[in-house]
Ligand binder design. Structure first.
Ligand code: PEP
Ligand code: MN
Length: 341
């Protein structure tokens, strides 16, 4: 018994009884109130609940049905929630008809550059600014990010443009400062299975952009989303950013089949990051178009005013004019698949 579907007529009192009953069995309920009915996700080890127990829950007032989910993830599954999850961040809707574009430099480098890029991506039509203040670099000798100072520059860029901020959290110890400045918390590919970090952002009320691990299967990735959701934060955005394969012509292999696969397995919105997916500027535009054609709800694209001087990921960053041109070209693709951008 993993999901309890309530009758449309179920009362708050009946809901209370059901959650009490679950607690008496060492389980917890995650309540999801839909427009039509309320669904409870049963959290805990449900493999031990017997047929008799399940029957007794099904007989409780207010219960319409109980469902067993064979997949290891429940809250993230389509069985738990049929309708797509729609997330709001500072009034911007993610997972609706409009495709969201998150754009900005790989790293926040200084104030002037951050504000300048934010203005340019906004005028091109972006919905969010991105930029890293805590950078997960392969070498300890590479630029590690500006930390809180970087977050302050992003907040200033938001003030000037109104665009909400997406930025990466690497360490639970930075959670407090993160809560102060950012709008969407990014969990980077290298931390997709940092379970303590996932539990921490699960306690936050901010949406989480969960990037796919470098060698993670879709199932593992959804289990990481489940970690976050198990703590009560259901606002998780899945971000495909390329995986490791034998291919060396691109930085990673952008797995666009992950988009329709995820759409069939989960109700969570899906964003594609072609910049990290391919690693080279000239390949970003075609893959961004393909991502929209495949059904992505959003894109994350690195943009830098002078990529040749960037402190990280210059090779894959678009110049502002290239980004502007791409945004125009994306309109036709979006319309072809019934979306807006
Ligand atoms: C980034 O967004 O700059 C980044 C480091 O991404 P990823 O975790 O996908 O490598
Ligand atoms: Mn980057």
């Amino acid at each position: 018994m993993d999901i309890i579907v309530l009758k449309p007529s179920a009362t708050e009192e009946e809901l209370k009884h059901i959650t009490k009953k679950l607690e008496s069995m060492g389980l917890r309920a995650q309540v999801s109130k839909g427009t039509e009915r309320t669904i409870l996700g049963v959290i805990g080890d449900t493999s031990k609940t017997t047929e008799e127990v399940e029957n007794s829950v099904r007989a409780m007032p207010g219960v319409e049905n109980t469902v067993r989910v064979l997949k290891p993830y429940k809250l993230a599954s389509r069985e738990f929630r049929k309708a797509p999850t729609v997330i709001k961040s500072r009034g911007v809707i993610i997972g609706g008809k409009k495709i969201n574009v998150m754009a900005g430099p790989c790293s926040v480098e200084n104030k002037a550059m951050m504000v300048d890029v934010a203005k340019k991506v906004k005028s091109a039509g972006a919905d969010f600014i991105r930029g890293g203040a805590y950078k997960p670099r392969t070498s300890p000798y590479s630029f590690q990010g500006l930390g809180e100072e970087g977050l302050q520059y992003m907040a200033m860029a938001r003030e000037k443009t109104g665009l909400p901020v997406v930025t990466e959290l690497m360490d639970p110890r930075d959670m407090e400062v993160m809560e102060k400045y950012c709008d969407i918390i990014q969990i980077g590919a290298r931390n997709m299975q940092n379970f303590r970090l996932l539990l921490e952002v699960g306690k936050s009320r901010k949406p989480v952009l969960l990037k796919r691990g470098l060698s993670a299967t879709i199932k593992e990735w959804l289990m990481s989303a489940e970690y976050i959701m198990s703590q009560g934060n259901h606002d998780v955005i899945m971000c495909e950013r390329g995986i490791r394969t034998f291919e060396t012509a691109t930085r990673n292999t952008l797995d666009l089949s992950a988009v329709p696969v995820l759409k069939s397995l989960t109700h969570l919105p899906v964003v594609v990051d072609p910049s990290h997916g391919v690693g080279y500027r000239h390949l970003v535009a075609p893959m961004a178009k393909a991502a929209i054609a495949a059904g992505a709800d959003g894109l994350m694209i690195e943009v830098h005013p002078k990529p040749e001087e960037a402190l990280s990921d210059g090779e894959q960053s678009l110049r502002p004019d290239e980004f502007k041109k791409l945004m125009k070209e994306l309109q036709a693709v979006a319309h072809a698949v019934g979306r807006e951008i």
